[in-house]
Design a protein around this ligand. Structure first.
Ligand SMILES: NC(=O)C1=CN([C@@H]2O[C@H](COP(=O)(O)OP(=O)(O)OC[C@H]3O[C@@H](n4cnc5c(N)ncnc54)[C@H](O)[C@@H]3O)[C@@H](O)[C@H]2O)C=CC1
Ligand SMILES: O=C(O)CCC(=O)C(=O)O
Length: 528
């Protein structure tokens, strides 16, 4: 039974769902990185929010880990390249807390417009400073969104309801989507010059880090108010403090900080500054949503092989998974066959599908071919890390879907290009379930790939099979299955033999086989 650790505070529904769906679960929160590293080796899954930092050191200690699930959106607390390299799937829940976070941004916009926190503190201190707190209306003001994805779009919708004009800077926002949202797509400089309120809704990336830099803040309209419910690091906090002190920025509200938790900060106690402790996602509704989603997704993966909302692997629904399973086995074996046969450097690999296979999502099939192929060169390869390893090796990967009727109701072909030219193998599924090799390097053959096998290329002539059988018999090698194919219809050409044998064939026996008259090459193969 897969074992899952919940290492951050999460709604109890998560643990309940893990148990209901066949996982054992421990909830241990507030651990130091050392404490986590000491126990993580026992777990197949790790469910987190933002407190647990899934660093390379944690991943190195996580010898059984298959999936990290983030109950939330941002995954900047997970070293995704390190997880991918280790073959660990990283998932998030991209929609469960978006409404809540958008509402927090709107709440902070109101808080700034009417100085609510300061007015509250003053009133409760018995001051009744009616003349001190002069607010501004939101109606007819311009709201500038930096980032118009899930959360930005919801903020836009709410702001339009408040009769604001909404403009957005987002390089990936299409003009059609902007029209659909009822907002205007602008450049960053235009947004800075026009917005009365600016709200940030992008992830923290190399492109967005410090997007509101000192220079950018200087380009804003005097009296602008700024809200950040996305990630610390998007705004230059020192420059923001200066701009608030000088009065150029009339107010700023931050839910997120460059360093969290922010127990102290130069911005604290600055007039017109509002702070919340990364509360964007903190509503009971959002926390139930993300806890349920993350547990369902992780359990689906661990128990049924379904992949949803993974950031480093193609999606595969739990319903699709059983249908794709035999294809993955076929694809892995074809990839592994080519990987073992080709000792030359493979420059490119093409995965072609036709018939029933052409109706399926190709991404998992491609990932399985690559996993099989790469497993011939390195250990600990799986469908998660194989595409990354292939990229690292400079392998060009092509996917081709044929819309044609072939000899087989379904076919997967893997072709590689080496210095010696292109070679390909192909396989089908018998009864929609059993993987079967049907072609190897241009020669028709029918064989199940599995266990230990021998691949022999020889001259097609009488007596060869007898010599081969005797040599193997003398070496006490038992032949389990025997498959034969030849390039030409008549004897004298090239033939291939695929034998499955009961164990690995020792080097001296392979050498003897190579010495047999008519043998061109002998390869020992192993399938998982
Ligand atoms: N404060 C909190 O508790 C929470 C914070 N968040 C944060 O909110 C952020 C946004 O979340 P979603 O809207 O769900 O993400 P999303 O991926 O749907 O949207 C992000 C948008 O940013 C845009 N973008 C990317 N690079 C950009 C750039 N250089 N300039 C301008 N726009 C750029 C993208 O095109 C995309 O439209 C995430 O970073 C997430 O971590 C999310 C939930 C809760
Ligand atoms: O889990 C949380 O409270 C933080 C949520 C968040 O920042 C996110 O989902 O990106």
């Amino acid at each position: 039974m897969p074992k899952v650790l919940i290492s951050d505070k999460m709604d109890p529904k998560a643990a309940q769902i893990f148990r209901e769906r066949g996982c054992e679960v421990d909830v241990i929160t507030g651990q130091t990185p050392e404490e986590l590293a000491a126990i993580i080796g026992q777990y197949d899954g790790l469910a987190i929010r933002s407190s647990t930092k899934v660093t390379k050191a944690i991943l190195d200690a996580a010898t059984n880990l298959k999936v990290v699930g983030r109950a939330g959106i941002g995954v900047d607390n997970v070293d995704i390249p390190a997880a991918s390299a280790k073959g660990v799937v990283v998932m998030n829940t991209p929609f469960g807390n978006s409404i809540t976070t958008a509402e927090h941004a709107i709440a902070l916009m109101f808080a700034l417009a009417r100085q609510l926190p300061e007015a509250d503190a003053s009133t409760q201190a018995g001051k009744w400073e009616k003349n001190r707190f002069m607010g501004v209306e939101l109606t007819a003001k311009t709201l500038g969104l930096i980032g118009a994805g899930n959360i930005g779009s919801i903020v836009a919708d709410r702001a339009l309801g408040l009769k604001m004009k909404v403009i957005a800077f987002d390089p990936f926002l299409t003009p059609e989507r902007a029209v659909e949202l009822g907002i205007e797509k602008v450049t960053l400089d235009e947004l800075l010059a026009r917005a009365d309120f600016i709200t940030l809704h992008t992830p923290l990336t190399d492109q967005t880090r410090n997007i509101l830099s000192k220079e950018a803040l200087a380009k804003t309209k005097k009296g602008v108010r700024i809200i950040n419910c996305a990630r610390g690091g998007l705004i230059d906090e020192a420059a923001l403090k200066e701009a608030l002190d000088s009065g150029h920025v009339a107010g700023a509200a931050l839910d997120v900080f460059a360093t969290e938790p922010a127990h102290e900060h130069p911005l604290f106690n600055t007039p017109n500054f509002v702070a919340t402790p990364h509360l964007g996602a903190s509503t009971s509704e959002a926390q139930v949503n993300v806890a349920i989603q993350v547990a369902e997704q992780m359990a689906d993966y661990l128990v049924k092989g379904g992949v949803t909302n993974a950031l480093n692997m193609p999606s595969l629904s739990a319903e699709q998974a059983p249908k794709l399973k035999p294809y993955m086995a076929l694809a892995t074996n074809l990839g592994r066959l080519v990987g073992q046969l080709e000792s030359d450097r493979v420059k490119s690999i093409a995965i072609e599908v036709e018939g029933a296979a052409a109706e399926l999502d190709m991404k998992p099939i491609t990932a399985a071919v690559l996993a099989g192929f790469m497993s011939a060169f390195s250990d600990a390869v799986n469908m998660v890390n194989a595409p990354f390893l292939a990229k690292d090796r400079g392998l060009d990967v092509r996917e081709v879907r044929h819309d044609r009727e072939g000899d087989y109701h379904t076919l997967v072909r893997v072709s590689v290009e080496t210095a010696d030219g292109e070679r390909s193998v192909a396989g089908t599924l018998f009864g929609n379930a059993t993987p079967r090799l049907v072609e190897i390097y241009g020669i028709k053959i029918e064989a199940d790939l599995g266990g230990h096998m021998l691949y022999i290329v020889n001259r097609d002539e009488p007596g060869f099979i007898g010599r081969l059988g005797s040599t193997l018999g003398e070496a006490n090698v038992n032949i389990a299955t025997f498959h034969l194919g030849r390039r030409e219809a008549r004897a004298g050409g090239e033939a291939v033999l695929l034998l499955s044998v009961d164990g690995a064939v020792a080097e001296p026996v392979l050498w003897k086989l190579c010495q047999l008259a008519g043998v061109k090459s002998v390869k020992s193969l192993k399938f998982g």
